[in-house]
Design a protein around this ligand. Structure first.
Ligand SMILES: [Fe+2]
Length: 370
């Protein structure tokens, strides 16, 4: 039933935000939690300053420079103004403190774990949207519509550009062939615990522990620094391969020629590893969005979320951030396109997140960062 309401709402959003609010505002067709925050029928009519026709309130941890072009394009196409509340840290605490009075409509964060923390704390509400469901594969969103991936952050192999290597399994990282040749950041960084959690989901904790010991034995240096340092250290001859996120390569290779970053980027090539299992693909993390639990501008919030999976927005993501579009068939940045097709590992991300605490414990157990 929700889908019947949603589709016309999204269509109207482009031309008549006020009408959209009247039609879909915070109507009782919303499942579950939304109804709990709706005023009682006999409550006195008050003006709610948070509910502003033609506006939407976005709470995000994302760098403003990265998402502003998307938000500007949304405003240009819909007429809906986006009020951005940037929270580098403390989004959960802020939402907790605001409670029912929160003016947040849309929540946007990086990392599946952060997304699920918001869901588990009750700061989101379920959303059924035919537009979002058509654009986003099922394993990259919450089964109940509590969250949606908007872009993908694939965790890839950086390899010395002259290395004779064109495919790789994550499992190969523990192969003695790579002894003293691997660079990687701290095993406790969320980018790595997420990868190790996926390894647990595929092979179990015991096999993952053995694998981690093997990777640790292959390290060329302490597991530390950032993802770009893998490229830096390959250029410096410290290591030959390493694991890092693909979007940094977009940033490095597109940096000003002659700059340090550009030199690091030019020293490496990218190989998208896959898990060595039937149908295994490349590990991804996400940037994601959710409808806030008490969203005062519900219709506009849905319009923004649906806009973010339009071809236009997905292509802006792909070009501005070098992240991978969640929607198929969107034109890529040329550097990202040069890495070839991304075959996303089919494990549901919720399953990966469920193993993260165990992954973190294994990192400590094998002394990965020591
Ligand atoms: Fe990053």
């Amino acid at each position: 039933m929700n889908i019947r309401f949603r589709a016309p709402c999204a269509f109207l959003a482009a031309t008549c935000a006020a009408l959209l609010l009247a039609a879909c505002g915070d109507g009782r067709e919303a499942a579950g939690d939304a109804a709990a925050s709706a005023p009682a029928a006999d409550a006195p009519a008050t003006v709610d300053p948070a509910r502003t026709p033609g506006e939407v309130n976005l709470y995000t941890t994302r760098e403003p420079g990265l998402i502003q072009p998307l938000l500007d394009a949304f405003t240009a196409s819909s007429g809906i103004k986006v009020n951005t509340v940037l929270l580098k840290d403390g989004l959960l605490e802020r939402l907790g403190a605001e409670g029912e009075r929160s003016t947040a409509d849309v929540l946007m964060v990086v990392d599946t774990g952060n997304m699920l923390d918001l869901v588990e704390a009750g700061h989101t509400q379920p959303l059924q949207s035919a537009v979002l469901e058509a654009a986003i594969p099922a394993h990259l969103r919450g089964a109940d519509g509590q969250w949606f991936a908007m872009s993908l952050r694939d965790r890839v192999l950086y390899a010395h550009k002259d290395l004779d290597l064109d495919s790789f399994h994550y499992e190969d990282l523990s192969d003695p062939e790579w002894k003293g040749r691997v660079c990687i950041r701290s095993g406790q960084h969320p980018y790595n615990t997420s990868l190790f959690a996926a390894m647990i989901a595929h092979h179990g904790a015991e096999a993952t522990e053995q694998w981690l010991r093997g990777v640790k034995a292959n390290l060329a240096r302490k597991a530390a620094g950032g993802d770009r340092d893998v490229a830096r250290d390959i250029l410096a001859g410290i290591c030959d391969i390493g694991i890092a996120n693909a979007y940094y390569v977009g940033r490095m290779k597109n940096a000003e020629p002659g700059s340090e970053q550009h030199q690091w980027g030019e020293a490496i090539k990218v190989i998208r590893p896959t898990f060595d299992v039937d149908g295994g693909g490349t590990h991804v993390n996400i940037s994601g969005a959710a409808l806030a639990r008490h969203a005062p501008n519900r219709g506009n919030a849905i319009a923004l979320m649906e806009y973010l999976v339009s071809d236009e927005a997905q292509s802006l993501y792909a070009r501005a951030n070098y992240e991978y579009p969640v929607k198929a068939g969107v034109e890529l940045d040329p550097v990202v396109a040069s890495f070839g097709e991304l075959v996303v590992d089919p494990l549901p991300l919720t399953e990966v997140v469920a193993n993260r605490r165990q992954a973190s414990a294994l990192v400590d157990k094998v002394g990965f960062d020591n």
